[in-house]
Ligand binder design. Structure first.
Ligand SMILES: Cc1cc2nc3c(=O)[nH]c(=O)nc-3n(C[C@H](O)[C@H](O)[C@H](O)COP(=O)(O)OP(=O)(O)OC[C@H]3O[C@@H](n4cnc5c(N)ncnc54)[C@H](O)[C@@H]3O)c2cc1C
Length: 421
């Protein structure tokens, strides 16, 4: 939760100070692309170094409390900094999931030591965080997961598998959700752990996607030993922590997180590049193309205002936190609409097969291959619609055969039972 300091520097003064500092200390224009979907050791080393520079300059963790290494300032300060930082090289790789999802969740749900150590280290550029939530059996039914953590003296032993973990290979710590009580109904037998990604017993593999990106990893846990202090929140209270995490995830993916610094590009492209695609392909005077651009401008304004209105309404208690699903849903729809418009404008220039030419048209084509990711990441579009109908509009809940049934008695596919045994 963002706590604002009433005695804080004004946004305008902060903006001017940031402008001067950025000009003095950060590179412009951006060379290379630190927000792209394929990032190697050098990109991560650079992201950590840039984060360290922001920290030393007094511009890191703008909305995180001072006691955990941040500045304790407001989302308006963060927005001003992001506007000023546009076009400068920024540690964008650290935005999601490190700051916007994991550090934000630890801030809301973690113990004092976890907050001081993990958030502080991330803000100083020393650590990267990731999420171990989804499993090979499916991500939408998160509470139905079967990775298990069994008590061993004071500590825990974890066995199971996770998948689709963004940037896990570059991370130091993961928020890992595991089942700790098989006799409780599915939501009530889960516990969230902070797991070192390089702990003995963790085997990690990278997953290469159709567009050549490899941000995802899958992990296998064989008797991973964790201390009692690894528990985030309460034992068997993991669903409360995960619910908060999913709210932060939807806010981040929806574009409304106060914890991101700098504007993210998707696959080397941003919505703002639409007019540039028209210019490069020589179609800027085509009335149909101008109409596409007009629609995109209108959609961008709606998106920005939706983010502002929903964030404010949640902050004022007018809407429940589940309303972050609005941002997530609209952002996915808008992202896909922008992708499609770019493809229509680029036309044959977007053909990707066998062409070894790194132009903007080709970027559009490659981006189109990953069009569906925005309707899956941060929970699927269908699940967002379910959340809006059930938890915001108060419509009847979807039927669930496993509600209030001890998880041990819930029928699952054969693969799941084999792993559980
Ligand atoms: C860009 C990106 C980043 C990601 N990062 C991470 C990460 O860092 N860590 C992590 O753990 N996971 C991550 N994921 C995984 C993501 O959380 C899952 O893809 C998502 O939750 C959906 O799960 P699934 O892919 O297993 O699809 P499934 O759950 O198998 O769903 C398949 C389809 O069925 C639909 N469906 C399922 N249940 C219902 C229902 N009850 N009602 C209506 N429709 C339904 C879904 O909408 C979907 O279209 C990421 C995914 C993407 C695309």
């Amino acid at each position: 939760m963002v706590t604002e300091n009433p005695a804080a520097e004004s946004v305008e003064s902060f903006r001017l100070r940031a402008r001067a500092w950025l000009a003095e200390n950060m590179r412009r224009p951006v060379e290379g692309e630190s927000g792209r979907k394929t990032a190697e050791e050098e990109d991560w080393r650079r992201a950590r170094e840039l984060q360290r520079r922001l920290y030393e300059g007094g511009f890191a963790g703008i909305c995180f409390p001072r006691e955990y290494g941040g500045l304790g300032l407001s989302p308006a300060h963060q927005r001003a900094f992001t506007e000023e930082a546009d076009g400068y090289e920024m540690p964008l790789l650290l935005n999601i999931p490190t700051f916007a999802i994991c550090a934000a969740t630890i801030l809301d749900m973690g113990g004092e030591d976890q907050k001081r150590e993990r958030i502080g280290a991330a803000i100083r550029g020393e650590e990267v965080l990731c999420q171990f939530l989804s499993e090979p059996g499916g991500g939408s039914d998160l509470a139905g997961l079967i990775t298990r953590a069994d008590r061993d003296g004071d500590g825990w032993v974890v066995n199971g598998a996770k998948t689709w973990s963004t940037w896990a290979y570059a991370a130091d710590w993961a928020l890992c959700l595991a089942r700790t009580d098989w006799d409780a109904p599915k939501h009530r037998g889960l516990t969230m752990f902070l797991m070192p990604t390089k702990a003995p017993g963790v085997t990690m593999r990278r997953v290469r996607m159709v567009d050549g990106s490899d941000e995802f990893c899958e992990e296998f846990f064989d008797n991973v030993v964790l201390p009692a202090s690894a528990v985030v929140g309460e034992v068997n209270g993991g669903w409360t922590v995960a619910s908060r995490q999913l709210v932060h995830e939807k806010t981040a993916v929806g574009g409304g997180s106060p914890y991101v610094s700098g504007r993210l590009r998707h696959g080397g492209l941003r919505w703002e590049d639409l007019p540039e695609v028209a210019r490069v392909t020589g179609r800027v005077d085509d009335p149909a193309v101008r109409e596409e651009i007009g629609e995109w401008v209108a959609m961008s304004h709606v998106r920005d205002q939706l983010i502002e209105r929903v964030s404010r309404s949640i902050g004022d208690g007018v809407l429940p936190p589940a309303a972050t699903a609005f941002m997530r849903l609209f952002s996915a729809e808008a992202s896909q609409a922008a992708n499609d418009a770019m493809l229509r404008i680029a036309g044959p220039a977007a053909v990707v097969g066998g062409v070894d030419e790194p132009g903007l048209g080709r970027l559009v084509g490659v981006r189109q291959l990953m069009r569906q990711e925005s309707s899956l990441g941060g929970g699927s579009t269908e699940i967002s619609r379910n959340i809006i109908s059930e938890r915001v509009l108060g419509m009847p809940r979807e039927y669930a055969a496993d509600r209030d049934v001890p998880f041990r008695e819930v029928r699952r596919g054969r693969g799941a039972d084999e792993r559980r045994a």
